[in-house]
Ligand binder design. Structure first.
Ligand code: NDP
Ligand code: 2IT
Length: 455
């Protein structure tokens, strides 16, 4: 699929050489190419209107991370054996603020994955308007099946190297796949021990008893659903009475399901890498949280305990007819065939809770069929936006209530929707949220890069 990217959406003359250099210099990084190509394609019209961005090499600089750190993470497992993983932190752009972005622990993690995520994060964070730069990190460590003690030893070893690159004004990580409250606790504890500083603002997603913000846990999933509600609102529609399909059963999926139900929809699916569950009664969020957050179990367990649900092993969750789809598992999980199945079943809107979950051909299919489509960098920005609220609260030693934080999140998602919607209209692609989000994010980053000189 990624080999055909260039033929799929031809690039304009000023950006083609930039993409060619990325492909040559960062060969074997298909996910990174995919993310860069999408942005370069969208901003063609902006560059026509602003030749100064081309003349000043904004693009050449933007696609090259400011700094990439790759390091060894040795740790001892419960059987006393030495294990070695690889750690990453890509500090992509600090032009708008300290590097900000999550850490992913998953066996598939490599430089391509971290760079695509870090690149997306630049524009996502710019869209929030909160003064945060873009970065991402992680490891090929797999937390599945590990004991708490093993996870702690891994996190401590990971931080033994990473701490020297972090700081509340330098680089502020958070969670992502495989990194939740437990891991953040161990990572933060080790940073505090090594540096002898209780620097609350150097990590977000902390426990609410020790500096974490209310609603940060819920924010990504809630935000993706608020974004869907905004898109529907433009057409006088709402989520009330709609059937929602969600993939994944982790942090983003759980709270997307919860918010969809609170807004009057019925969310009928959840999944993991072994298959999906369909619950026509609507997914019971308390049961899902018990299985995934408390017991760290598999999704099949849900069907064993809930009589109205069935488990489909190895199946694609997108074969289930739904009005709204919120893919919330991982990159490239929605294939072109999945998109065609959703369209044939009458899907009205797709809001990406995950980062880049839809392959380019699926995005094209949705847009051609008139399905409202929200790209992850806009739709899932509620997580990092609430991280920035956590940083504000840490800096001012304040604590906002759940309700006030949720209201703020909703406002931020409405602003991101409007900025993306208006940018698409301004540059001749009305209703195209992919173009709109890329353009609105790029404009903020490019203007700051121009103002701050060649660095
Ligand atoms: P979690 O680790 O909490 O959950 C991930 C879920 O996705 C699990 O159900 C997991 O199943 C499934 N999954 C992961 N990788 C794969 C794979 N290769 N194939 C099939 N299923 C997979 O992660 P999050 O919910 O935090 O993250 C989900 C997505 O949302 C990611 O794309 C992430 O980048 C994005 N995101 C997260 C934010 C956050 O604040 N957490 C913010 C913005 C975006 P299994 O257990 O079987 O692997
Ligand atoms: O992809 C993302 O935006 C995240 N994983 C959250 C980043 C953050 O710093 O809160």
């Amino acid at each position: 699929m990624t080999d055909t990217i260039a033929d799929f959406h031809p690039l304009t003359a000023p950006v083609q050489p930039v993409f060619d250099t990325v492909r040559t210099r960062s060969a074997h990084e298909p996910e990174f190419h995919q993310a860069v190509h999408e942005v370069l394609h969208s901003i063609g019209p902006v560059l026509d209107a602003h030749p100064e961005y081309v003349e000043n090499g904004v693009l050449e600089r933007l696609v090259e991370p400011e700094r990439q750190i790759i390091f060894r993470v040795p740790w001892i497992d419960d059987a006393g054996r030495l294990q070695v993983n690889r750690g990453f932190r890509v500090q992509f752009s600090s032009v708008l603020g300290p590097y900000k972005g999550g850490l992913r622990f998953h066996p598939s993690v490599n430089l391509s994955i971290i760079k695509f995520l870090g690149f997306e994060q630049i524009f996502k964070n710019a869209l929030t308007g909160q003064g945060i730069g873009g970065g991402k990190g992680g490891s090929d460590f797999d937390p599945h099946g590990k004991s708490d003690a093993e996870v702690m030893r891994f996190c401590q070893s990971f931080m033994n190297e990473l701490y020297r690159h972090l700081g509340e004004h330098t680089d502020v990580p958070a969670g992502d796949i495989g990194v939740g409250g437990r891991e953040i606790g161990f990572l933060f504890g080790q940073y505090r021990k090594i540096t002898n500083r209780h620097e609350s603002g150097m990590f977000t997603g902390k426990g609410t008893g020790w500096g974490g913000a209310e609603v940060r846990t819920e924010a990504t999933g809630y935000g993706a659903v608020f974004f869907a509600e905004e898109m529907l609102g433009v057409h006088g529609e709402s989520l009330d009475g709609k059937r929602v399909g969600v993939s994944g059963s982790g942090n983003v999926a759980i709270y997307a399901i919860q918010k969809a139900q609170q807004l009057g929809a019925t969310a009928v699916t959840a999944s993991d890498s072994s298959g999906y569950i369909l619950d026509e009664d609507g997914v019971d969020v308390d049961l899902l949280r018990q299985i995934k957050e408390v017991e760290r179990g598999r999704i099949v367990e849900y069907a064993r305990r809930k009589p109205t649900a069935r488990f489909v092993e190895g199946g694609s969750v997108w074969e289930v007819p739904v009005d709204i789809a919120v893919p919330s598992a991982t990159q490239n999980e929605v294939s072109e065939d999945d998109a065609e199945a959703l369209i044939a079943n009458g899907v009205r809107a797709v809001s990406e809770g995950a980062n880049m979950p839809c392959v380019p051909e699926a995005v094209e299919a949705f847009q051609s069929a008139g399905v409202l489509f929200a790209p992850g960098k806009a739709a899932n920005a509620g997580g990092v936006a609430t991280s920035a609220l956590e940083m504000s609260q840490n800096a001012s030693r304040q604590r906002w209530s759940f309700d006030a934080s949720e209201r703020k999140l909703r406002e931020i998602m409405a602003d991101i929707h409007d900025a993306s919607f208006r940018a698409a209209e301004r540059y001749g692609s009305p209703g195209d949220y992919v173009a709109g989000a890329n353009i609105a994010g790029f404009e903020r980053v490019a203007a700051a890069m121009l103002a701050q000189g060649v660095i």
